[in-house]
Design a protein around this ligand. Structure first.
Ligand SMILES: Cc1cc2nc3c(=O)[nH]c(=O)nc-3n(C[C@H](O)[C@H](O)[C@H](O)COP(=O)(O)O)c2cc1C
Length: 340
């Protein structure tokens, strides 16, 4: 409540209401918090403490992670555990540093507790992230690294696409506890086509690493397309699935947000809750629970998180729910998993 009444209100006003300016300021403040180790430990004792678990061979101190896109370049890695996160996924990074799409490209839909973004993988590149991670040394919680295709690499040139992902993978492998192969962001032309059976088969066949490799899928795939993805993932020994990314659908957006809903980009937050849960449920059933799942999409309450875990997710991640509900949500989910 304190978060929603005071902190969120202040954050949303920052930058004259420009969501990306607010995001950048928050990230800078969070990074600063990370330099105060005793404060981080104290906050972590308060917000953390979820039930630990080992998934795809990695020990997670808690089940709630920070989803990809919040800290693309890993600028605040020392700080995220302070808010109770048991793991952090950085990225998506690409092999070539790139500015992303022109601004504005991030929009809040407050009546729907949602966000639309068309950031377009703005990031400093895989080598810069590797250098930052090298300088940071060991982290308090496991690190996922999300990798995607550079914009300059044409989606229909398979060999180049494979090289692009593979270069990022090679340079970041020493620092990642798992990789997320992002083939599901809607803001890079041709990227989601990599979820097609043949393209995914080629890509996964070329990515060889000892680090667990997970595939992140879109919520807009049909069940038969998801079944195809699962078949390819199983053929290549993929360690798990991350479900889901943002959606192109505008279903569930409140009337008060109708004008903003016309913005191009991926929708996240409350309108995504039911669909992401459906996808997790389908994947768990289809694989008989054999493939670890990270459930993400529209988790804004403890019940949302518990439903994901009950549906078969081993871990959950938050982005938009964290923006609207703050670290209290992470704490509440952590506590509720302790009791189970
Ligand atoms: C501003 C923004 C940027 C994002 N960037 C990425 C990204 O770079 N890579 C990725 O895999 N997902 C990205 N996502 C998707 C989230 O990781 C998450 O899958 C999605 O937002 C659904 O979860 P949520 O409803 O909790 O936000 C981004 C989401 C937002 C809102």
């Amino acid at each position: 409540m304190v978060y929603q009444r005071i902190v969120r209100r202040a954050l949303f006003r920052t930058g004259g209401g420009d969501a990306e300016v607010a995001h950048e300021r928050t990230l800078r403040m969070t990074a600063r918090l990370g330099t105060a180790a005793p404060l981080v430990s104290g906050l972590r004792r308060y917000f953390g403490g979820g039930s630990p678990r080992t998934v795809f061979g990695v020990r997670f101190p808690g089940p709630v992670g920070l989803a990809a896109g919040m800290d693309k370049d890993g600028r605040a890695l020392r700080a995220w555990p302070a808010f109770g996160f048991g793991f952090v996924e950085v990225g998506t990074v690409t092999w070539h540093a790139q500015p992303g799409n022109p601004r504005p490209r991030l929009f809040r839909l407050p009546a729907s507790e949602a966000v639309i973004n068309r950031m377009g993988f703005n990031n400093g590149g895989a080598e810069a992230l590797a250098a930052r991670l090298h300088a940071l040394g060991p982290l308090a919680v496991p690190l996922g690294v999300s990798i995607g295709k550079s914009k300059v690499t044409h989606a229909d040139d398979t060999a180049d696409v494979v090289d692009d992902y593979r270069s990022s993978l090679d340079v970041l492998a020493p620092y990642a506890d798992y990789f997320a192969v992002n083939v599901s962001s809607p803001n890079t032309p041709g990227l989601r086509g990599l979820q097609d059976k043949a393209a995914l088969d080629t890509l996964l066949g070329a990515l060889s690493t000892t680090v667990p490799l997970l595939v992140k899928i879109a919520p807009d795939l049909t069940e038969s397309a998801i079944a195809d993805v699962l078949e390819v993932c199983s053929a290549h020994g993929v360690a798990g699935l991350i479900a889901t990314n943002t959606t192109l659908s505008r279903e569930g957006v409140a009337a008060a947000d109708a004008a903003t809903a016309e913005q191009t980009g991926g929708l996240s937050g409350r309108p995504l809750t039911a669909r992401a849960l459906d996808v997790v449920t389908f994947v768990a059933k289809e694989t008989g629970g054999a493939l670890p799942i990270i459930g993400v999409g529209g988790i804004h309450t403890v019940d949302d998180a518990l439903r994901m875990l009950d549906a078969g997710a081993s871990l959950v991640q938050l982005y938009t729910g964290f923006v609207y509900r703050g670290p209290g949500l992470v704490r509440a989910i952590n506590r509720s998993t302790q009791a189970r």
